[in-house]
Design a protein around this ligand. Structure first.
Ligand code: SF4
Length: 331
């Protein structure tokens, strides 16, 4: 700590951390554990955060990537990222009691792409082909649907070849960079003026607000710390947005133990945010860690939006999962 100044200002992005879809997905797993007891199986990480996953594991959730070795009749929950129709069908065929924790905003994208397919449109999906959300979105299409293109960059949008007479529709992953996606969508509109797509694209409110907040603080900070796991798409975007908008350095860290203190030597203005799947207690712990290390910390809040989005909550605080199995479970 020899080179550290005695005073430091922490700029806290608002909003940050849990979004409505993540809160709902975690609550669905916790509720299933309470109702049915452990184990409950979750296909893929319910949300992309190491701490959330470890806590749910301790409570009895078992995270799996496929259905091998899961006993018939088990409770199986689909993650917030959504699954393909094939996966949902396989789960019900195997006799599992399925609960769908797909974020309603991802479901909206599923509905949109399905609608394009029923109209036999040429479909453009903007997103990372290996991300579970895009795999689930593509999995809404009929098998071997012939006219779908997955693109991730403006260059790919420029190079797309589509027959002139075709009707075209696009959807996007919910957690992309707002600015990069706008550039891609602008190119698509220029090249295919009659293209169909949601006016405000599919990037969700939480991704948009968190990116705007980090943009607002990045220019004031020498370094930005984003709490989130490396496999969290929206958290990675926050780090990248900070770097593109004025921060000299930005780090994506799982928790305070990963702070690169030598990199902060001599700095006095640090920005802090958290991805949509990172719990707030990690932010509190980070601040406490700074408090222990520096004589004085000042906190500045950089707020760009107030959020009051909540997805369906019924029976008091219990969010309703969508049961897919034929088992007659009353929620
Ligand atoms: S980041 Fe957006 S799309 Fe993803 S779970 Fe949260 S609200 Fe839903």
């Amino acid at each position: 700590m020899s080179d550290s100044p005695t005073d430091i200002t922490l700029y806290l992005a608002e909003p940050r951390g849990f979004c409505a879809g993540v809160r709902r997905a975690i609550a669905i797993v916790e509720d299933a554990l309470t109702r049915f007891g452990a184990p409950v199986y979750v296909r893929h990480e319910i949300v992309h955060n190491k701490h959330v996953i470890n806590e749910l594991k301790q409570k009895g959730a078992v995270f799996v990537e496929d259905f091998t070795d899961i006993p018939q009749g088990s409770i199986v929950i689909f993650s917030a990222h959504g699954v393909s129709r094939q996966v949902a069908a396989e789960a019900t065929d195997k006799g599992f009691v399925c609960i769908d924790a797909t974020c309603p905003l991802v479901e909206k994208v599923h509905q949109q792409i399905s609608k394009y397919a029923t109209q036999n449109m040429e479909i453009i999906v903007i997103g990372k082909p290996s991300h579970p959300e895009i795999i689930g979105t593509l999995g809404q299409l009929p098998k071997d649907y012939p006219s779908v293109h997955v693109i991730t960059s403006a260059a790919e949008a420029q190079e797309l070849t589509i027959a002139p007479h075709k009707d075209i529709g696009f959807v996007t992953q919910t957690t992309l960079s707002v600015d990069d996606t706008k550039a891609i969508v602008d190119i698509l509109h220029q090249r295919f003026p009659s293209i169909h797509g949601l006016q405000k694209k599919d990037i969700c409110y939480a991704t948009t607000n968190r990116q705007q907040a980090i943009k607002a603080l990045a220019a004031q900070c020498e370094c930005v710390l984003v709490l989130g796991s490396q496999n969290s798409s929206n958290s990675r975007q926050l780090r990248d947005v900070a770097l593109k908008n004025g921060a000299n350095q930005a780090f994506l860290i799982d928790d305070a133990s990963e702070i690169d203190w030598p990199a902060l030597n001599g700095l006095t203005r640090i920005g802090i945010s958290a991805g949509a799947s990172a719990p707030e207690y990690l932010v509190e712990d980070l601040i406490e860690t700074f408090r222990r290390r520096y004589n004085k910390i000042n906190i500045q809040y950089v707020m760009v939006a107030k959020e009051n989005v909540n997805f369906i909550i019924r029976n008091g605080n219990v969010p309703r999962g969508r049961y897919l199995s034929k088992t007659n479970l009353l929620w």
